[in-house]
Design a protein around this ligand. Structure first.
Ligand code: 2P0
Length: 316
């Protein structure tokens, strides 16, 4: 086989992971729960080559995270030098979780190209060694990752068509973030006085959120997801030096979503390690939510998504 191309989707966590219990194996300290974003895509093609060469969105890059990951995998698996070409239909490195779709696509492509024949747990492990949140992008729909459950092999809670929620992502900046997630969460574990509380509370949020999804209980899901998101950002701000990923446009987008919900529109928000806001809504509300966010000061543009699928091998 000469070349493999994989299409994968990023995911957004409704119950978030921030902090590892094992840095070497990249095991999160707490469980997390996400939705896979079908409208956002990463396409990655991998072929054997004389040297490792990485192109992202058409630019030749030296990506330490990918290079160090390949070095680590080569200690355990027979993986040749590779030409990697990856492109996203959304902005990268600014809190959009491009590493989740990126590492999920790469892991699936390398397994296929190199004939590793990994079982799902081993595929999840090599994906996790790239980026822990990427493990959740290996499955479609509503996905759980629990460090106490077979060391983070992801589990689908329900498939995409069980609950047809929609997502509007509001982009407020495409500047690369100043602090990476990996570095930022290690700082949090070392310095935030609230870290242990966060871990305990998140375990509870995770159980209640899984139940809300199974019951298609929008109001409970909205309440739990926003509370968990606020707690993660509060935790980040109590880190030394403080991590503050939100900007003025982020706050304006949150104001818009609060106002919509006050007016009876079924929508809530979440936000990761960056200034973007993702609004999650019932399908009938999508046009209202998109129009309101497009009209919000500080929102550069919006992207729409449904609940998406697992990675697919799209070319050989
Ligand atoms: C999450 N994030 O659960 C949380 C919410 C960002 C905020 O997992 O060190 O890129 O490679 O595991 O997975 C982002 O962290 O970091 C992340 P590593 P990753 O989606």
């Amino acid at each position: 086989m000469n070349q493999v191309e994989v299409l994968a989707h990023p995911n957004v966590a409704l119950i978030k992971y921030w902090g590892k219990r094992d840095e070497t194996e990249k095991i999160p300290a707490s469980p997390s729960l996400s939705i896979t974003l079908g409208g956002l895509e990463t396409r990655t093609s991998v072929s054997k080559s004389g040297d490792d060469t990485i192109f992202i969105d058409g630019q030749s890059v030296s990506d330490q995270k990918i290079s160090q990951w390949l070095d680590r995998l080569r200690r355990e698996y027979d993986i040749p030098q590779l030409m990697i070409e990856s492109s996203n239909n959304f902005p990268k490195n600014c809190g959009f979780a491009s590493s989740s779709s990126g590492f999920a696509a790469l892991a699936v492509a390398i397994d296929e190209l190199c004939g590793l024949n990994l079982d799902f747990a081993s595929l999840a492990r090599i994906t996790r060694l790239g980026s822990a949140s990427a493990v959740r992008s290996l499955l479609s729909g509503y996905v759980a990752m629990n460090p106490d459950d077979q060391r983070c092999v992801p589990v689908q809670i329900v498939p995409p068509d069980y609950w047809n929620l929609r997502v509007v992502a509001a982009v407020t900046s495409t500047e690369p973030k100043l602090t990476s997630s990996t570095g930022g969460m290690a700082q949090t574990v070392a310095t935030s006085p609230f870290y242990q509380n966060w871990v305990v509370q998140t375990e509870d949020d995770f159980e209640r959120c899984s139940e809300a999804i199974q019951n298609r209980d929008f109001n409970t899901l909205a309440e739990l997801s926003e509370a968990n998101c606020y707690r993660m950002h509060a935790l980040m701000m109590t880190t030394l030096p403080p991590l503050r990923y939100w900007r003025a446009g982020t706050m304006s987008a949150i104001d818009t979503i609060e106002r919509l919900r006050h007016d009876g529109v079924p929508v809530f928000f979440t936000s990761d390690a960056g200034p973007q806001i993702k609004a999650i809504c019932e399908p009938e509300a999508i046009a209202t939510v998109k129009d309101a966010l497009d009209d919000t000061d500080g929102v550069l543009f919006t992207l729409e998504s449904d609940i998406g699928n697992a990675p697919t091998i799209s070319a050989r």
